[in-house]
Design a protein around this ligand. Sequence first.
Ligand code: ADP
Length: 580
Amino acid sequence: MFDKTVFKLIGAGRTAVLLALLSLAGALASVGQAWALCCALVALWGGAGLAGREGLLVVFASCYLGNRVIRAVREWLLTRFAAARAGEMRRQALERLMAGRVRGEDAGLGAAGGTSLVIEGAEQVERYLELSLGKSIDLAVIPLVIIVAVFALDWVSGIIALVAFPFIMLYMVMIGGNARELAEQRQLEQARLSNHFLDAMRGLDVLRAFGRARGHADAIYRVSERLRGATMRTLRTATLSSAVLDLFATFALAGVAVMLGFRLVDGDMMLFPALMALVLVPEFFLPVRSFAADYHATLDGKHALERMRALLEAPERSVAVLPEAAWGDGSELAIRGLTVRYGDACALEDVSFAVRGFERVGIVGASGAGKSTLASVLAGFLDPCAGAFELRAGESEARAASLYAPAWQRQVIYIPQKPYLFHATVAENIAFYTPDAPRECIERAAEAMGLAPLLEQLPQGLDTLIGDGAGARQLSGGEAHRIALARAFLDGRRRVLIFDEPTAHLDIETELELKERMLTLMQGRLVFFATHRLHWLANMDRVLVLAHGRVVADGEPRALAADGTIDRCLRAAEGDEVDA
Ligand code: ADP
């Protein structure tokens, strides 16, 4: 029920000791309060009145106030501890996710799982730490103090309360299994909803364009209904089980009251111990009832903590160490036995080739052949399952299992199908790789990539806000591309250009207009150009033809085109949708 690893968190031991002391003080205050109350009642019952017994009132008031203060300090301690630990976990998880060191998938959370964990999971963890630590310590300390007091007053009442206690615990263990199952189901539905929602957000344009938005909205509705159902089932079990627990505690109290009553009537017992035992027995059951009342809420938190741990402990992508020397004419990159799998499916298999200097390498293949996967591996975004990279630049040489290496990534410019524009000004977007670039250089880059007509139209020229978000000017695909190209133009130090189907979303006029500018950028750089538009091959020094994740041809484009190899390879792969 309680995750013992919580005690291993920083500050948990100290907080637990303080909480235990506070629980002990609170329990003693409850006993004191009951004592003062019962003394007063017995005096009143005996007709003695309260005159001369003002001390009882003082004891009662101090114990009552003491209990309030203890509760407030306890809340403060718990909130401070839980907020600090959950906040720290959220910060670390966010850092790992944002830096790309782990992905939600690495921790078995799905694509959207990491984000939803950082947003709402951290809150659940906070609540869990607060509830579980406080309540479990109360459960360990308070009943112990109270039962000792009850035994001292009347051993029969003590035995009745003690006998009822294991039954309550047994019942809690019994419902625990069921509650865990329900909570797991709820988590699953929640993860499904997050992933559906993420899918919908990513594909909103496409869904709307093809009239499928309604269908997808219905699917989201169905998934959220399932989540609602699972939540209601959890709540039903929670309410019912805490009602049954209350019933157990009430039966035990009734047993104590009846036994006390008989003995009082028979004159075997004095009023004071009987009254006090009757007041204290409910206090004995209070912590376990309070623990059970929040048990379901803590289960959600416990799962969130487990998922948070999985994310924080998932092995980080190891950073490769590669030569710092800039890519130059004599540099060489050899790729050996590269294999990439998504789950069981193999996206690239045993791919080997070597490139050197400022070669321009076209990567072609039918849809699904593995072009984007190869581009992502070359940019260092994706780690292969097998294979090695040997890099020789300047005087140094190194071998690594991936290109996730700061030294390599500092050299790379990656231009995808739809370049991402940040919610910032045009100038800031252009200077993305080189934030310190002087204004004239940014202007020159914009001019060189054909952005002048756009800038004339924009109200604040280079200082106009673009990207997604409020108040930003939306740009066309071609304009976004020019900005991405201007980034590359501005950063002359990055000597490796990776294009992933850069023109797939552009009309042919825009593509041809941009082509010249792109070719200018390719000079003096190593270029990987993944495309399915074959007219680019005339501008490449070399072409790799991919089919089903394997390199099926590698050579000089004109020669491979002339003897029909490219055509044959592409047609052999089932996707024949290659544009001439
Ligand atoms: P291309 O760029 O040539 O169209 P990709 O590299 O995108 O090919 O995909 C290669 C294969 O890997 C395809 O079968 C594709 O379905 C699969 N694939 C690509 N990305 C993922 C992913 N994130 N998860 C699972 N499978 C993927």
